[in-house]
Write a protein that binds this ligand. Sequence first.
Ligand SMILES: Cc1cc2nc3c(=O)[nH]c(=O)nc-3n(C[C@H](O)[C@H](O)[C@H](O)COP(=O)(O)O)c2cc1C
Length: 320
Amino acid sequence: MNRTDTTAFRNALGEFATGVTVITSIDGDEQPVGVTASSFNSVSLDPPLVLWSLAKNAGSLAAFQTSGHFCVHVLAADQEALSQRFATRGSDKFAGLEWQSGIGKAPLLPHFAAQFQCKTTYQYEGGDHVIFVGEVLDYQTGEGAPLVFHKGRYATAKTKSPGEPAGDAVNISEGSFSENFFLYLLSRAHFQASHDLNQELKKQQIGLAEYLSLTLLGMSGALAYQDLYARLEHTGNAPSSANMTTLQEQGLITETVDAARFSLTVKGRDLYVRLLAVSKAAEQRLLDEFDDAEVADVRNFLQRFIVASDPGVPSLWGQQ
Ligand SMILES: Cc1cc2nc3c(=O)[nH]c(=O)nc-3n(C[C@H](O)[C@H](O)[C@H](O)COP(=O)(O)O)c2cc1C
């Protein structure tokens, strides 16, 4: 391997997804030290041994070499800021942090996915790093999914379904390309998730254009017909004047005295709130099937997808 290929070598190593740990100890003045390390790994179950490596130019190297103990905190998915804090050289890494002294006075941080208190049993030369092997004297597990580091970026772990193809969606129907067509998946997810709401709309004899008008008036307050139409046109379900008449006849909306704008009646607001509750309840029931990290990922993806696919439609629910 060519020595100038450091970046390529780093990139290749970055393909190995790891967790992220913060490893703490004390220096000769009994001051706390700590570093972020992704080199942590298990070594042996009996005796219980773990290892990690620290760069020889780390400010905390001498402390870890002489203290005799260290404590490994496996970080949880919401601890990216803590990872950054302990990866920042020359800063007061413990400023404002709550911590207690553990075995060998190694600082114990309060939050973690797992924590291992260790006695330093071996130290090995490892090129530009020193490899520390520790015997685990005590350990605890915490709450939450772990933080992941992959290709130089933070990530979250997503559990794969059994048999799920690598990096691909689950096939809803075996061997059919069209059933994994992305827009099909989006619209099928949408109509299935809207099932309860659609049943309620049917019961109330409210059509889609009428429902969208009700919702928009509920969120934006009184609007002129032209405004309602303009904001809903891109959905393909802008209300016709017949739809507005139906809503008026049902006592759900009313025209302002100057007949310039429409607004919800008390009955209309009640229905709007009930339909919102039906949607929210259905959403909650479905989201309970998935873990928080998965939901956060999909929400984030959909928000970016909406921005990327926006052909310049007006803000639907926001004030203009
Ligand atoms: C996700 C992540 C993983 C890291 N893993 C290691 C590691 O395993 N070993 C190491 O020496 N430095 C690692 N670093 C860099 C150190 O955390 C950083 O250089 C630290 O400030 C060194 O400690 P010092 O402040 O005592 O010099 C990592 C940084 C990040 C962001």
